[in-house]
Design a protein around this ligand. Structure first.
Ligand code: AHG
Ligand code: MN
Ligand code: MN
Length: 354
């Protein structure tokens, strides 16, 4: 490499340092945030710090004893992985320390966790609902996983925060996001003004704005579903799947199946490339498997902000009134035209032969 080429290489290699950091981005937009006191910016910073800690631990899975099951069964009746417990602890710790959050709901804890506000006005106004680690059974095999979060305001600050305060429909979210621990680590979030993605630059420990204004394609040619459950799908869904498998040059069919088994990772791929993710009602999970409050709602908010759609097959996810913290829902989420098409099949108005 001659001197000029070397200089060009060095410039490109450090170009990322010119990118905006998550913190700069939040501060810049703080003014346009509806209830701007700086508290929300601090809340997001706390979440991103916890994400960095979980990321650091995850990168050492396989070297230290943090992969594998704890031997406990969580509130969902599912095997709890050590990383589930660790991620839950880190997020709860960061949110308690930060003081902006008054109530946490987590997949890894049966009850909502109230947090005593620790100072002044504007503190402790936010409710955070979390899937601390989504797709955790994939950690042992080095496949990407993530954290999903959903943020609400405490509706009435004169009433002590309780589960009732958290049971708000998804349309009332003030922010939602996820961190995906993949080939790189990314934080993607929305506050209702579009979707932005930040990639963690490990050498400086900062999330940098790598994916501004993410929009999702209206249609695409891949679908994500656990087809092993096919026999227990409802008729309309079977018809839709058969339709996606029929050859048709014009519409790019047959579509491809892409299913990681880690919702946040499947969602992230589909958000960037287009596609539909489906976790329907099955015999084993008659209400679907995914949780409304900390899996479906936050990613529904993001997908809608990116131009996509999310429904339970019949109604918009974010309009659903939750009754319990851990309630499940069938989920059809992703590219708008693909979700609309799925709904048409589910309504019985269309057959794969049409
Ligand atoms: P979690 O690890 O938070 O319990 O979530 C697992 C979920 C979701 O991430 C994934 O899409 C789905 O389970 C996979 O379920 P199947 O194995 O039934 O396909
Ligand atoms: Mn999950
Ligand atoms: Mn989980």
């Amino acid at each position: 490499m001659n001197d000029d080429a070397h200089e060009t290489f060095e410039t490109e290699a450090t170009d990322f340092l010119r990118m905006e950091t998550l913190e700069q981005f939040i501060i810049e937009r703080q003014g346009s945030f509806p209830h701007s006191t700086g508290a929300f910016s601090r809340l997001l910073r706390d979440i991103s710090v916890a994400g960095k800690i979980v990321n650091r631990d995850m990168r050492r899975a396989g070297l230290v004893d943090i992969a594998g099951a704890t031997g406990e069964i969580n509130v969902q009746g599912e095997v709890q992985q050590k990383m589930d417990a660790l991620a839950h602890r880190e997020f709860v710790r960061a949110l308690k320390r930060g003081g902006e959050c008054c109530l946490i709901g987590s997949e890894e804890h049966a009850e909502a966790i109230p947090i005593k506000a620790n100072s002044g006005d504007g503190d402790g106004e936010y409710i955070v609902l979390l899937d601390p680690l989504d797709g955790s059974s994939n950690i042992e095999v080095n496949v990407s996983v993530g954290t999903i979060f959903s943020v609400y305001r405490l509706p009435d600050s004169s009433v002590p925060p309780s589960l009732d305060a958290a049971l708000q429909a998804g349309i009332h979210q003030v922010a939602a996001g996820y961190i995906v621990y993949g080939s790189s680590t990314m934080l993607v979030y929305t506050t209702g003004q579009g979707v932005n993605g930040f990639t963690l630059e490990p050498s400086i420990g900062e999330f940098l704005l790598s994916h501004p204004n993410i929009t999702t394609p209206a249609t695409a040619s891949s679908y994500s579903i656990n087809e092993g459950n096919y026999n227990s799908f409802q008729r309309g869904l079977k018809e839709y799947i058969k339709w996606m498998q029929i050859s048709d040059k014009e519409s790019g069919r047959p579509y491809s199946t892409r299913y990681i088994g880690s919702f946040v990772s499947d969602f992230h791929r589909n958000l960037l490339k287009g596609g539909i993710y489906i976790y329907p009602a099955t015999t084993k999970s008659p209400n679907g498997k995914l949780r409304l409050m900390y899996e479906a709602n936050p990613l529904a908010y993001i997908v809608e902000q990116a131009g996509g759609r999310a429904s339970d097959g019949v109604m918009r996810i974010m309009d659903k009134q939750p009754e319990t913290l851990h309630q499940r829902t069938p989920l059809y989420i992703g590219s708008k035209d693909m979700v609309l098409m799925a709904e048409e099949f589910l309504s019985g108005n269309r057959l794969h032969t049409d």
